[in-house]
Design a protein around this ligand. Sequence first.
Ligand code: FES
Ligand SMILES: [Fe+2]
Length: 451
Amino acid sequence: MTLSNEALAALVRADSVHKRVYTDPEIFALEMERIYGQAWIYVGHESQVKKTGDYHTTRIGDQDVIMVRAADGKVHVVYNRCPHKGAKVVAEGDGCTGKFFRCPYHAWTFKLDGSHLSLPLKNGLEGTCYDPANPDFSMKAVARVDSYRGFVFASQSAEGPDLKTFLGGVASSIDNLCERSPVGEVEVAGGTFRVMQKSNWKVFYENLHDTMHARVTHESSFVAAREEAAALGEMPFELLIMDGNGEPYEFWEKLELRAYHNGHGYMEGIFDPTAATRDPVSRDHFAVLTEAYGEEKARQILGMNRHNTIIYGSGSPHTVFQQFRVIRPVSVDRTMIEIQTFRLKGAPDAVFDRALTYANLINSPSSNVMPDDVEVYKRCQEGNQTRGGDWVSLHRYLGTDQETPDGMVSTNGTSELPMRNQFAAWKQYMLNPAPTRQRQAQEKEADRATA
Ligand code: FES
Ligand SMILES: [Fe+2]
């Protein structure tokens, strides 16, 4: 039996959330339906499918989908399912399928937008409803696909806001990431990392703006970085990025947290005028951007001191170090993180090298930093399965958040505003009485019954 709206609403309070939202498989299944069945979800970057027939597999919640470049140059997103017996048409990963898809089971073929192309021994279907134009013989397309500056999103619902409206204030993070290239374009490069976490997907989003954990959870890496720097007599970039977690609480309090509709947001430092000229890599980068955009704009682009951005349901783009951590729920207690790194077209190679170094040292499976987070996420998952209490606290700086025209802001970077904002969105999605996908399925069922 599906949980009632009253029961779901009671799980989220202004200052806390019931631990069931992290541990109950029934709630996880509803999230797949009501959040991932409606929201725009990042499926990949256009640069991952450069040529006709190139594809990239991914998931929208619990749904396996394929992002593919068709002959018309457009990027399509289709469910990875053959309409014959249901086999997944392509294996997981990236590849090129050529001019069409061919199912590995009985060789039904499909155009690159998923529509039916052909099948062997057509005689056997004579006298049936078989018709290449009959959608029952095609791979099904995801309801809506759109791209923002090359970042492709898909929504399983035919209704709802357009992508730009959905992204709201966090579209500016994608803008800044692209503008760091003198031609305004980026591409996925250098391979991707994957990390399987033994925790619920929402914990990762909450931690992205959890500044109170940095100097505690990451003590081992920033202390080691400081010791190493002292021995070297300097603080190279590799150690500097680990050292940052050791900033005192006063540092984190000065950051600003922006919260937007749909659970999105970002964390921003005060504009950093030194960012453009601080080190040789930045100076070279600044020179290239100055040529492209003029000095003032170049300084503005590099000075935007934005840390993790949250696109709720999709993951976290990072502008300064050019990456996108794609967050994919696998089950109530398993989450796959895929880390994509971007090359800024036209920027010096050293900028890309620095992005790769950041990904290696901070986010990769062999990082000194990420395993600290993965460990505490797992502890939250396990602790919440004990009988030691039912509620998870979101109290910090409650009541001090300021409304803005498009969301909320906290001028204290240690506020738990981002978590409260995420759960406000969660509640909105989860209480939707008739999610479009569910309704469409019901309508189809009703049509069948009356036919
Ligand atoms: S399952 Fe795909 S052709 Fe039979
Ligand atoms: Fe962390």
